[in-house]
Design a protein. Structure first.
Lengths: 336, 319
């Protein structure tokens, strides 16, 4: 069987990570890389290099991975789709809601092509187990969620492309908070009501470094978000409270390993138990030592391309809905 | 995946009341004599039941020799008493009757809170997370009706039954073997039976005692809760992985969520002033600060070193 011929646009940290996964996948073959900041010496042996993404898209490829900074994402996804290529794109899916709408229009013109966005947090072990438990109904009805995702920025933060408004298109909410919004949707469905405060409190890069939001969804579900670039200790924490128990995801396996050991705490509302009745229930904590999220995304995308089945997670609708929440949080909270 | 349990007020004295355990152990020794469990006639020298490796004697308990496998570090009784005599011990012995009629009723409340309830939640939650709801379950082991009823009451299961050691049974989504596999004379056969009972892709939930847990490693033959006619093999994680693989299972989750190791070792120290532990460990287990004891116990859980093991395995052979 012929392997899927893949090109990668953007050969920074994410592009290299995806290249390694493509190389390991038996059904994928990395043919070309485009990045004006790289050279032919940087790319894997046997792989073509282009400075210009347009030239890469014109190559004989089946699929394109878009791993560029945010401002370039939408144009590249649309170009690749119009050229007849399946597309895998990193999050965020552009800089604005209009970007994602434009992408979806292009996708609709090419129903035979597959488009997937890299909301990889859905594929973390703790999230997968938590989602299964919520879906099973064993813990009852979801009432509310509270999520904190914060990073420190660090001494080089203001020199990073993420701190350049023209390239990033948004601050910490668009960069990292969008993952939490995607997880809120995964667990709790849609959230039509949005209240928020968004601001620049420390960094002088012209983008928000803190976003606080309250979302209200169906059946009165409420989700509270704090996305921060002034969280001097890296933190990921998502609490999910249901009528019969609760789930707390804390710590997250990332490339830097600075968000702590990934764990899922499961507790139950058991008022027949003396400890539970006084608000100190027995808890079970699951630890996860392996992150297969990136690999799972690539596997899923490859399977969609090979089999022709539709993308079911990380769809353009997921991207649109997450971006719509970002957009409404900005609108209500006042951008930096 | 590893699971750690925190909170609750599990107490060694509540779970294993010393006077009842002493009476039980005395009856075990008497049964062993009366039923000839230590009689060399009919006893079988055996290799490690997990991996087939050889083992040197690690310690003796109530006259029985426990060996530690040189390959996988599992503990196992060898020579193994005559299986017919072991069966008589289980069915006719005064010790096991005392356990059923005296110890279990006296500790029913604490067991329901700290053992039965949490384990049912564990099985139901993990099974639902992996397989969905509306599942069937088969419970292996005699006298497991309370467990079976508790599982059947969960919305995750539509049917649950205790199954006999032999005979036909429809393959189930979930097979539960709690405090069972350590006491079978033929571990490989028992696991093969579990594999037949599970549908392809079905799950096996096991609770048992660890051969590499803190309590048995420190106390060896002085471990009060170690009862040789019952605990015929205490496997290591490596041992379980090996024997499960041969039986057609893949180990999916392995945890040691026990809550009594530190208390049990401290109790052993109190009972036996001559017991010499490594000085730092001795100081830690004798701590008066309850928070330190809890933290130490949690550390043992995180390190996979508590005596109580729970694991999930997936039936793969017929997939």
């Amino acid at each position: 069987v012929d392997r899927i011929r893949v090109g990668i646009v953007g050969y920074g940290r994410m592009g290299r990570l995806r290249a390694a996964l493509v190389a390991r996948h038996p059904g994928l073959a990395l043919i070309a890389v485009a990045d004006p900041g790289a050279t032919v010496a940087d790319v894997p042996a046997g792989c073509r290099w282009f400075a210009d993404a347009g030239a890469l898209v014109r190559e004989d490829l089946d699929a394109v991975f878009v791993c560029t900074p945010n401002a370039a994402t939408a144009d590249l996804v649309v170009t690749a789709l119009e050229a007849g290529r399946h597309v895998f794109a990193e999050k965020p899916p552009g800089c604005t809601l209009a970007d994602v709408a434009r992408i979806r229009e292009a996708e609709a013109r090419h129903p035979g092509l597959r488009l997937k966005f890299g909301f990889n947090h859905r594929e973390h072990e703790s999230v997968r187990l938590a989602a299964s438990l919520v879906r099973s109904g064993e813990l009852g009805r979801l009432m509310w969620m509270r999520g904190v995702y914060g990073k420190a920025g660090g001494p080089d933060f203001e020199r990073d492309w993420r701190s350049c408004p023209d390239v990033a298109g948004g601050g910490i909410l668009l960069d990292q908070g969008i993952h939490l919004l995607d997880l809120f949707r995964l667990f709790g469905g849609e959230f039509p009501e949005v209240k928020s405060f968004v601001g620049a409190t420390f960094w002088a890069h012209g983008l928000e470094d803190n976003a606080f939001a309250l979302l209200r969804g169906i059946e009165g579900r409420v989700a509270m978000l704090h996305s921060s670039a002034t969280h001097w200790n890296h933190t990921f924490r998502l609490e999910i409270y249901l009528t019969e128990g609760y789930l707390t995801l804390h710590g997250f396996l990332t490339g830097t390993r600075t968000y702590g050991r990934e764990a899922l705490v499961v507790g139950r509302r058991d008022w027949n138990d003396p400890d539970g009745a006084r608000g100190n229930p027995r808890e079970e904590r699951y630890h996860f030592d392996v992150d297969r999220s990136w690999e799972r995304e690539v596997d899923d995308f490859a399977d969609c391309v090979v089999t022709g089945r539709g993308v079911t997670t990380g769809t353009s609708l997921d991207a649109y809905c997450a971006m719509e929440l970002v957009s409404r949080i900005y609108a209500d909270g006042g951008e930096a | 995946v590893r699971r750690v349990v925190t909170g609750g007020d599990l107490s060694q004295r509540e779970m294993r009341p010393p006077e009842l355990v002493d009476a039980y152990v005395a009856l075990v020794e008497q049964d062993a004599r009366d039923l000839g469990l230590l009689d060399p006639a009919g006893a079988l020298e055996r290799p490690c039941p997990a991996c087939g490796g050889a083992g040197a004697e690690a310690f003796r308990r109530l006259g029985f020799a426990y060996r530690r496998c040189e390959r996988c570090a599992s503990l196992f009784v060898s020579p193994l008493p005559d299986p017919a005599r072991l069966a008589r011990y289980a069915h006719e012995g005064r010790a096991e009757a005392f356990w059923r009629l005296e110890v279990l009723p006296a500790t029913a409340g604490v067991r329901a809170r700290h053992a039965l309830g949490p384990r049912v939640h564990w099985v139901a939650g993990s099974a639902a997370a992996r397989l969905g709801i509306g599942l069937t379950a088969a419970v292996v082991g005699e006298g497991k009706t309370v467990l079976c009823e508790a599982l059947a009451a969960s919305p995750v299961f539509r049917y649950c039954a205790v199954v006999a050691d032999t005979g036909a049974a429809a393959p189930a989504d979930v097979v539960v073997a709690f405090e069972t596999l350590e006491r079978v004379p033929e571990l490989a056969s028992a696991l093969a039976r579990c594999c037949v009972l599970a549908r392809p892709g079905g799950l096996l939930f096991v609770s048992t005692t660890s051969g590499t847990g803190f309590e048995v490693r420190l106390l060896g033959g002085r471990m009060r809760s170690l009862v040789p006619p019952v605990h015929l093999q205490l496997l290591s994680r490596e041992g379980w992985a090996a024997v499960l693989r041969r039986a057609g299972f893949r180990l999916e989750e392995y945890s040691t969520p026990g809550g009594l190791d530190v208390q049990a070792v401290a109790e052993a120290c109190r009972r036996d002033p001559t017991l010499a532990l490594p000085p730092v460990v001795d100081e830690l287990v004798r701590q008066d600060d309850e928070d330190v004891a809890h933290a130490f116990q949690e550390l043992l859980q995180q390190a996979g070193m508590s005596a109580h093991v729970q694991f999930v395995a997936v039936a793969t052979r017929r997939e």
